[in-house]
Design a protein around this ligand. Structure first.
Ligand code: PXP
Length: 250
C-alpha cells in the first residue's frame, strides 16, 4: 500500500511573483512533479493572491484533468472561493483557515466554530461533485465534526510535529507523533480518508507515514527548497523514496 504524494506548487509562484516575471511557471513545475512520480498537485489560492493566481489554478486544473490525476485546491471557506471551486472543478477541495497577516497557514480549521456556515460550504462543494477535505488539528471533536458536516477526508496539521522534530527533543517529538496517531485512528474509524501536511521534510516524513491510516501527504515548501539544490524532479523522487521507506516500516 502506497501513500499519495501531492506536491504543493505555491512557492514556485512565490518566486515568480518576487520579480513579476512569467517564470518560473507553477504549471511547468506541476508537470515536472507528475513526471517525477507525484500522484497529484496541490495549490492554495489565497484571498490576497500572494502566490497562486486565478489563471494558475485554471491551467493546473485543466492539465491535471487531462493527465487523469488529482488537483487539490486549498482555499478559505468563503463564498468567493466556493464559487471559484465550483467553476474550476478540482477533484478535491481542502478548506483551510486563512489570516491575511500570517506567513503561511497557521493552525487548523475551526470545524466546530465554523458552525452552519462551514457546513453549508462543505455541502455546496460536495453537491458540485468535489471531494471535501478539512485541514484540522488532530483533535477528536474536530474530527467527529468534520465527519458530521460531510467532509470525506481530513488533513491532519503536522506543523507542531515538524517543529518538534527539528528541535530533536525526543519526548516532545514522540508526543506529537502519538497525537497524530490517535487522530489518524479516530478519523479512519469514522470512515474519513486521512491526509497529512505542513512542514514536512525528507527527514520527518518516514516516521509520519509509518502511521498506517495515512493515505496522502501534501508537501510544498521543503520540496521546492530541496529543488534548489537537487532539481525539481530529483527532489520529488527523493520524497517518493522517503515515503516508501516509511510505508515499508508499517
Ligand atoms: N497542507 C495544507 C492544508 C497547507 O495549507 C499547506 C501550506 O500551504 C501545506 C499542506 C504544505 O505545507 P508546506 O509548504 O509546509 O509543505
Amino acid at each position: 500500500m502506497s501513500v499519495r504524494l501531492h506536491v504543493n506548487v505555491d512557492h514556485v509562484a512565490t518566486l515568480r511573483n518576487a520579480r513579476g516575471t512569467p517564470y518560473p511557471d507553477p504549471l511547468r513545475a506541476a508537470e515536472e512533479c507528475l513526471a517525477a512520480g507525484a500522484d497529484g498537485i496541490t495549490a492554495h489560492l489565497r484571498e490576497d493572491r500572494r502566490h497562486i493566481r486565478d489563471d494558475d489554478i485554471q491551467r493546473i486544473a485543466a492539465m491535471c484533468s487531462r493527465a487523469g490525476v488529482t488537483f487539490n485546491l486549498e482555499m478559505a471557506a468563503t463564498d468567493e472561493m466556493v464559487g471559484i471551486a465550483l467553476r474550476v472543478q478540482p477533484q478535491v477541495c481542502t478548506l483551510v483557515p486563512e489570516r491575511r497577516e500570517e506567513r503561511t497557514t497557521e493552525g487548523g480549521l475551526d470545524a466546530i466554530g465554523g458552525g452552519e456556515g462551514l457546513a453549508r460550504k462543505v455541502a455546496a462543494l460536495a453537491s458540485g461533485g468535489i471531494k471535501v477535505s478539512l485541514f484540522i488539528a488532530a483533535d477528536s471533536p474536530l474530527i467527529d465534526r468534520s465527519r458530521d458536516i460531510g467532509a470525506r477526508q481530513v488533513e491532519l496539521h503536522t506543523g507542531e510535529y515538524a517543529r518538534e522534530y527539528a528541535r530533536e527533543y525526543a519526548p516532545a517529538r514522540l508526543a506529537e507523533l502519538a497525537r497524530l496517531a490517535d487522530g489518524a485512528r479516530r478519523a479512519h474509524a469514522r470512515e474519513l480518508d486521512v491526509a497529512a501536511g505542513h512542514g514536512l521534510t525528507l527527514e520527518n516524513v518516514p516516521a509520519l507515514v509509518a502511521l498506517p491510516e495515512i493515505v496522502e501527504l501534501n508537501i510544498g515548501h521543503a520540496i521546492v527548497s530541496d529543488a534548489v539544490f537537487l532539481g525539481l524532479r530529483s527532489a520529488v523522487m527523493a520524497y517518493r523514496d522517503a515515503i516508501d521507506r516509511g510505508v515499508r516500516s508499517r
